[in-house]
Design a protein around this ligand. Sequence first.
Ligand SMILES: Nc1ncnc2c1ncn2[C@@H]1O[C@H](COP(=O)(O)OP(=O)(O)OP(=O)(O)O)[C@@H](O)[C@H]1O
Length: 298
Amino acid sequence: MDIITTRGLTKAYGSRTVVDSLDLRVPQGCVYGFLGPNGSGKSTTMKMLLSLVRPTRGEISVFGRPMNRETRPGLLREIGSLIEAPPGYAHLTGRENMAIVQRMLGLGDRQIADAVAVVRLQEHMDKLVRAYSLGMKQRLGIAMALAREPRLLVLDEPTNGLDPAGIEEIRELLVSLAGEGITVMVSSHLLDEIDKMASVLGILGRGRLIFQGTRTELFHRSLPDLLVDTPEPERALALGIPAVRADRGIRLSGFDDRDTARLVRQLVEHDVPVHGVRRVQQSLEEVFMDLTGREGLL
Ligand SMILES: Nc1ncnc2c1ncn2[C@@H]1O[C@H](COP(=O)(O)OP(=O)(O)OP(=O)(O)O)[C@@H](O)[C@H]1O
């Protein structure tokens, strides 16, 4: 089952469309990595999901229920979020901040204690938030989001500005929450960060969804360059094949499986010796570049 679905979700500010006709599908119990360069519309999308920004057009369903004026309060009660990070009052202690959340949402002591334990902040609850490291502030924000025991967590760039150890900590935390069945939608402009925790990716470029699916599907979508090993590359090039010289033969871009079959036939028919045909190994970063036509620099 999908926990979030949107149809044609759009936000325009004046004549500028910043989120354009998004059809999101966020499956239950996954970490959904919402990826895109700065300004691509991730925050605006998340704010629409949380009713903090009113969509210009489109529909949102959460937990299989359409979001509208009647259903909204009930749905939002089951969503924990971290949007303007880091949250909380800096001049209060962690405990005082959590007490505010407890009172506002009418939560029990156990819910607060559990949320603090999950993010491992028990030892630091009597310190002023001002004195927290950025990682601790982010963890406090996640504890605030978790205290209501949500079925869905929506986190906007929770790893922003953290050092590698802090990022790893948040990553492990989110993966373990997903393991318990909580759906986690997390945004980032850093492919690398998201790749290690997300099982489903949604990639946004200039307000449009460029890709949505698993990492494996993302790899299948791309067409890595083709390398043809041949001791006689000049003869292959003389046939007018759109290739460049490579280490042990020729290299071609944008050749799908059918193009490849045709190419091999052509080479064999012209007695060009083919010693091997293989695809270049690509990193996820390169796949992303491929997909966005090298426009959506991350
Ligand atoms: N209230 C607003 N009025 C006008 N334009 C806005 C408003 N909020 C956001 N925008 C514009 O919409 C675009 C998308 O912004 P958004 O914050 O959603 O992007 P983002 O992908 O989350 O990027 P970032 O990581 O930098 O926050 C930006 O160009 C931004 O300037």
